[in-house]
Design a binder for this molecule. Structure first.
Ligand SMILES: Nc1ncnc2c1ncn2[C@@H]1O[C@H](COP(=O)(O)OP(=O)(O)OP(=O)(O)O)[C@@H](O)[C@H]1O
Ligand SMILES: [Mg+2]
Length: 418
């Protein structure tokens, strides 16, 4: 009896030992690492159970990995969106942001109310309306809305906030998604277009008013005054010519703008361009008593560009230099390689120069340092705007340097044929 009792006790103890190992093994299955399957010779049924549990745990681990994967891909997609995105829950707390939102608004603590990062009453009440439910628990307002905002900061950013309610809350609790789309550039372009139309109309109005005035005078008081008629016709021709130049420049500008994004790709011999421009401007140079000296580096590589457009560029720059150079001086044009893959063409004059404050704005349309003087010299104020556009289209650069009292140097750098 004692022997049987002892044997039973030993067996029971081993069995219990196996069960304890089994329990530990099952406990460890829920951890990150897969535990080593224990040998359980004294409880064969438990060994089967253990292997079934291990299979379950492996399946569960695979599923969790794929869920983690999905969540990561979802966040990666949201992070990849260029516009800031914010997800808020039913209580308007922020539960998700993407990278652009964090870059714009700084790091946002989880579960903070939207008003802590975007203090815009119009947006907050739009979101409240989006999340509002009636007595029956149903939403009372349409599921999307948009609000224009100005985000303070330097510089200010104008955005349109598009907000949309999801059909039901997402796994992270997001019930409404807010996307902020930057409209600063768009608004600036709209304002520029409006300014441009106003400026262009204003520029045309003056010569038109002048022409009408002279026509009145010629029909009335000066009808029989031959000398006055001659003089007035001269002025009228000048005004008409001014309008023609303005319209020509506007058309050139709009033509270049239309294909600003296409890169010109012919091989252009800049020596030929510059010689052509000198011929075009020879009469003007003679009249102003200013020489045009051109020095082209003998080994100058050919530029990658468009012959006609580059002619317009240097015609404008040399024309400006001739307008402002002091009589008896020379406009110096030099073309030389710049680095391994660029050429630089400079147009320098000896003149009163341009005060530094004006330099950054010279290429704006209709911008003139001295309105009266430019008009009197026949300028429309569009020349450098055209130059800038052409140079941009060529992926080149325009640098302007000027020393008051001495003169200015305009340098165009262009890519060469590879
Ligand atoms: N070489 C220069 N020396 C001094 N001022 C210049 C020179 N080039 C340009 N400017 C200034 O820049 C302004 C803008 O030049 P831009 O060529 O765009 O216009 P414009 O010469 O007046 O007219 P346009 O060239 O359209 O006939 C000029 O009005 C002038 O004030
Ligand atoms: Mg000009």
């Amino acid at each position: 009896m004692a022997g049987i009792a002892l044997a039973t006790a030993i067996l029971v103890q081993r069995y219990l030992g196996s069960l304890a190992r089994f329990a530990r093994f099952v406990g460890e299955l829920s951890g990150e690492q897969e535990p080593a399957m224990p040998r359980l010779p004294f409880a064969p049924a438990t060994e089967e159970l253990a292997s079934a549990a291990a299979t379950l745990a492996a399946g569960w681990r695979r599923q969790r990995a794929s869920i983690d994967n999905l969540a990561q891909s979802a966040q990666a997609i949201v992070d990849g969106l260029p516009d800031p995105l914010i997800g808020v829950d039913r209580q308007r707390r922020i539960v998700r942001t993407n990278r652009a939102a964090r870059a714009l608004l700084g790091s946002i603590g989880a579960e903070r109310d939207l008003s802590t990062v975007l203090r815009h009453p119009a947006l907050l009440s739009a979101i409240d309306a989006l999340l509002e439910t009636g007595a029956d628990g149903n939403f009372v307002n349409p599921d999307q809305t948009a609000v224009d905002l100005v985000l303070s900061g330097v510089p200010e950013v104008e955005v349109i906030a598009h907000a949309r309610r999801l059909p039901r809350a997402a796994a992270d609790g997001s019930l409404a998604l807010i996307v902020l789309h930057d409209t600063t550039a768009l608004r600036r372009a709209e304002r520029m277009r409006a300014d441009f139309v106003a400026n262009a109309s204003h520029e045309l109005k003056t010569p038109i008013a002048g022409l009408l005035g002279f026509i009145e005078t010629l029909r009335g008081p000066a009808r029989d005054d031959a000398a006055a008629r001659e003089r007035f016709l001269g002025i009228m021709a000048e005004q008409a010519d001014r309008m023609r130049r303005l319209v020509d420049d506007l058309l050139t500008l709009s033509r270049i703008e239309q294909h600003e994004h296409a890169r010109p790709d012919s091989a252009v011999d800049l020596a030929r361009v510059l010689a052509g421009v000198r011929d075009l401007l020879q009469l003007k140079a003679l009249a102003r008593g200013v020489a045009v000296d051109i020095a082209v580096d003998p080994g100058l590589p050919r530029a990658l560009g468009d012959y006609d457009e580059l002619t317009i560029v240097f015609q404008n720059l040399i024309d400006n230099a001739l307008k402002y150079a002091r009589a008896g001086t020379a406009v110096k044009v030099t073309a030389r390689p710049a680095g391994t893959d660029r050429v630089a063409v400079s147009v320098g004059d000896e003149s009163d120069g341009i005060p530094a404050a004006h330099l950054p704005r010279l290429t704006e349309r209709f911008y003139r340092v001295d309105n009266a003087r430019s008009r009197q010299l026949g300028g429309t104020g569009l020349g450098l705007a055209i130059v800038k556009h052409v140079v941009n289209r060529h992926r080149g650069r325009l640098d302007i340097r000027s020393t008051p009292g001495k003169g200015s140097v305009f340098t165009v750098t262009l890519p060469v044929v590879p």
